[in-house]
Design a protein around this ligand. Structure first.
Ligand code: ME8
Length: 644
C-alpha cells in the first residue's frame, strides 16, 4: 500500500497555542484525511519543541523548573488538538529520551564524516530567534523578525559545514519541481542560495545554556534549536531501525509557515545529505495569518484563541473558514465578521440549505425513502453528473498540491450546481404533475450528489460530514471510500434508504457585538424607527399587491468601478434572461458574500441609471446602524417565486 507521511512544525512551548498553530495543524490534518480517502496508509506527526534559551527563560519567569514547565505547556497543545478534530498518529516532544538518543547518533555520524568542526565565531546574536545574523540580514541593526537590538557574542562553538552542500542543494531544488512549493517560496530559497551560505553554528557552551542535548563528542557543550528540532521528523519514526522509518520516510511532507522556510529548505536537506539519509519528498509553505490586517502578537492583545472561535461557531465551521480563506502561499486576514460571512454564505446558504430542502422533499414525495431509479438520464441530469465528476477531479488535483482553499472552491461549484439543478428540475412541479418516473430520477441524483458532497467536505469538516452521512442513512466508518473512483462515478444511494427528516446543520449566525454601549445605541435607533413607522400613511391590500416582489438568485456580483457603494448584480428572477440590478450595498456586502445567494427583489420598479448602468429592480434589505442586512429566505426557493 502507498504511504503518506505528513508533519507540522514542532511548536515552541514558551507560549500557548494560537490561531497560527491551529491553522498549520488543521491544514496537515485535512490533507492527511484526504490522503486516507485516496487509499494511502498515512502517518501524521506533530509535537513540541522544548529546548533552548527562550524556554528556559519562560520557565524561570514562572518560577518553575523547566521540566515541569515544558510538560505543562506541551500538554496544552496535546489537549487542544482533539478538540479541533485533529487526529495525529504521534506527538513528539524533544525532551523524550528516544529523541535525544537520535540527535546524538546523527551528530556523531555527521562528526565522523568530518562535517562538524570546532571554531571561534563572533556575530550578532538574536535571543528571540536563537540565531546569529550577518550584517546583510539586519534591518537598521536590528533582528528583522523581533525588531530588537542584537548582542555581539564571540565564543568557541561547533559548526556544521553547511556551505559544502550549497551547489548540490541548488541543483537538487532545480531538478525536482515538487521539492519546495508554492513556487514563490522555491524562488525565495534559490535567491538565498545565490549568496554564500556559510556554516551553521550548532552548539552552546554549557556555561551559557544547559537546557539542550549534550554533544556526544564534547560534554561541555549542548546542541539546541535546529540540530535538535529538525531531527524530530525522523526520531518520531524510530530512526534508524524502526519499521515506521523504512515505511514512511520516503513519502515525507513537511508543512510549515514562511517564518521557518530557511531551516526547512536549507539546513534540513544539507543535514540529511551529510548524514547519508534520503531527503524528504516535499516542503509545503503557507503564509501568515494577520488579525484584521495587523500582526498577531501578545503586545497588540489580538491573539486569536482557536478554542474560543470553534466553541462559538462549531469546530467544523472554524476549520472550514481557515481552510477556505487562506490560499496556500499567501497571507490571510482573520476577522470574526469574515468567519460569520463565510459561514452564512457557504455553509448556511449553499450546503445547509441543500440538505434542508432535499431531505424535506424526499419526505414529502417519497415518505423519506430514496426511490429506485435505474433508467436513462435526461440531458440536464447528464450535465449535473458531468459537473460533479469534473469538480471532483479538480478537487483531487488541488488537494494533491495542498491547495485546500481551491479544492473547496471546486467542491462548492458542485454544491451550488446541485442547488441550481433542484431549482431547474423543480421536483415540486414534477410531483404536482404526478410525473413519478422523472421525480424518482431527479431525487435519486440529488441524493447521490449529497453523498458526494458529504464525502468531499469530510477532510475539512469530519464531524459535520459524519452527521451528513447519518442523515443520509449511511455510516461513514462502515463505508470503504475511494476518491479516485468517486471522480469517475456517481454512486446512487440504495433504493429504500431512509433519510433523516431534518438537517439543520448550519443555522445562520449573527455576529453578536460585545460592546453593550453599541447595543444600547441600536435599541434607541430601533425605538425611533418604530415611532417614525407608526406615523406612516396606511395602504390597503390592493395597493400592496401592486408590488411585484419575487425571490431572486444572484448569479453574478461585481464591484462597480469608481464607487465603493454599489454592486452590479445579475439576478435570476425566473424570467428568460437575468436582470441587471445595481444595488447600494457594497459597504456591507462584498461580491463574494452575495454571489449565489437568494434575495427578495422588487421587480416592477421603474428602471433607473446608476453610474451608467441600468438597474432593473431593487433588492430588499433591513437597515440598521451601521450597515444593512439583505432579506433572504430560510430554505432554497425557486427563483421567480412570488413574495406576498
Ligand atoms: O518555529 N500564521 O515554533 P513556533 C500562520 N519550534 N502560521 C503561524 C503563525 C501565523 N501568524 N504563527 C505561527 C518554531 N504559525 C520551531 C519550529 S520545526 C522543526 C521547529 C505556525 O512555535 C506556523 O506553522 O514559533 C509556523 O511555522 C509555526 O507556527 C512556528 O511555530
Amino acid at each position: 500500500m502507498d504511504t503518506f507521511y505528513i508533519t507540522t512544525p514542532i511548536y515552541y512551548v514558551n507560549a500557548n497555542p494560537h490561531l497560527g498553530h491551529a491553522y498549520t495543524t488543521i491544514l496537515a490534518d485535512a490533507v492527511n484525511r484526504f490522503q486516507r480517502l485516496m487509499g494511502k496508509e498515512t502517518f501524521f506527526l506533530t509535537g513540541t519543541d522544548e529546548h533552548g534559551e527562550k524556554i528556559l527563560q519562560a520557565s524561570e519567569e514562572k518560577g518553575v523548573n523547566p521540566g515541569d514547565y515544558v510538560e505543562e505547556v506541551s500538554k496544552k497543545f496535546r489537549d487542544l488538538w482533539p478538540d479541533l478534530d485533529i487526529e495525529y498518529d504521534y506527538f513528539i516532544r524533544t525532551t523524550y529520551p528516544e529523541h535525544k538518543a537520535c540527535v546524538q547518533k546523527i551528530l556523531q555520524q555527521v562528526y565522523d564524516n568530518g562535517d562538524i568542526y570546532f571554531g571561534e565565531y563572533g556575530g550578532y546574536y538574536c535571543h528571540g530567534c536563537e540565531a546569529f545574523y550577518t550584517d546583510r540580514e539586519l534591518e537598521d541593526g536590528k533582528c528583522p523578525d523581533h525588531q530588537k537590538p542584537l548582542e555581539y557574542i564571540q565564543e568557541k562553538n561547533y559548526f556544521f559545514r553547511m556551505s559544502a552542500y550549497q551547489d548540490w542543494l541548488i541543483e537538487h531544488i532545480n531538478s525536482d519541481p515538487y521539492f519546495i512549493q508554492p513556487e514563490n517560496f522555491k524562488n525565495e530559497v534559490l535567491a538565498m542560495l545565490r549568496e554564500s551560505l556559510g556554516d551553521l553554528c550548532i552548539s552552546r557552551p554549557k556555561t551559557r545554556l544547559t537546557w539542550g542535548i549534550e554533544l556526544p563528542f564534547d560534554s561541555d557543550y549542548v546542541t539546541y534549536v535546529w540540530f535538535d528540532a529538525l531531527l524530530n521528523y525522523i526520531s518520531a519514526l524510530g530512526w534508524p531501525e524502526d519499521e515506521n522509518f523504512r515505511k514512511f520516510w520516503p513519502s515525507a511532507h513537511h508543512v510549515v509557515a514562511k517564518d521557518i522556510l530557511k531551516p526547512h529548505a536549507i539546513f534540513w536537506p544539507t543535514m540529511l545529505k551529510s548524514a547519508g539519509l534520503d531527503l524528504y519528498k516535499g516542503l509545503r509553505v503557507h503564509g501568515y495569518w494577520k488579525v484584521e490586517e495587523a500582526k498577531m502578537s501578545k503586545s497588540l492583545g489580538n491573539i486569536v484563541e482557536p478554542l474560543a472561535m470553534s466553541g462559538k461557531y462549531g469546530t467544523s465551521a472554524f476549520r472550514y473558514f481557515l481552510m477556505r480563506e487562506m490560499q496556500l502561499g499567501l497571507d490571510g486576514s482573520f476577522s470574526e465578521q469574515g468567519l460569520v460571512n463565510r459561514f452564512n454564505a457557504d455553509l448556511a446558504n449553499d450546503l445547509g440549505n441543500l440538505f434542508n430542502r432535499a431531505l424535506a422533499m424526499l419526505h414529502k414525495y417519497f415518505r423519506g425513502e430514496v426511490p429506485a431509479y435505474d433508467g436513462d438520464w435526461a440531458q440536464e441530469d447528464l450535465e449535473m453528473i458531468d459537473l460533479g465528476l469534473q469538480s471532483f477531479s479538480d478537487y483531487i488535483d488541488y488537494y494533491q498540491q495542498f491547495r485546500v482553499a481551491q479544492a473547496l472552491e471546486a467542491l462548492w461549484e458542485f454544491i451550488r450546481g446541485l442547488n441550481k439543478y433542484i431549482d431547474s428540475t423543480a421536483p415540486w412541479q414534477l410531483n404536482k404533475e404526478g410525473n413519478l418516473e422523472r421525480l424518482s430520477a431527479v431525487m435519486s441524483l440529488v441524493f447521490a450528489g449529497l453523498r458526494k458532497a458529504a464525502l468531499g467536505v469530510w477532510p475539512v469538516m469530519p464531524r459535520a460530514a459524519e452527521t451528513m452521512f447519518e442523515q443520509l442513512g449511511l455510516d461513514f466508518n462502515a463505508e470503504k471510500f475511494d476518491l479516485l473512483r468517486e471522480s469517475e462515478n456517481f454512486v446512487q444511494l440504495a433504493a429504500g434508504t431512509r433519510v433523516a427528516k431534518k438537517s439543520n446543520l448550519f443555522p445562520r449566525q449573527e455576529l453578536v457585538s460585545k460592546d453593550s454601549g453599541e447595543q444600547e445605541k441600536k435599541k434607541g435607533a430601533a425605538k425611533e424607527n418604530r415611532e417614525k413607522n407608526s406615523q406612516k400613511k396606511q395602504i390597503d391590500i390592493k395597493q400592496f399587491q401592486e408590488l411585484d416582489l419575487r425571490i431572486g438568485y444572484v448569479v453574478n456580483a461585481e464591484n462597480v468601478v469608481e464607487t465603493d457603494k454599489l454592486l452590479r448584480l445579475d439576478v435570476d428572477v425566473g424570467e428568460e434572461r437575468y436582470r441587471q440590478i445595481v444595488a447600494g450595498i457594497a459597504e456591507s456586502y462584498s461580491p463574494d458574500d452575495i454571489q449565489h445567494t437568494q434575495v427578495v427583489v422588487v421587480c416592477n420598479l421603474k428602471p433607473v441609471t446608476l453610474k451608467g448602468l441600468t438597474s432593473e429592480g431593487m433588492i430588499l434589505s433591513a437597515h440598521q446602524d451601521p450597515g444593512l442586512t439583505l432579506l433572504s429566505v430560510k430554505s432554497g426557493v425557486q427563483p421567480g417565486s412570488k413574495v406576498g
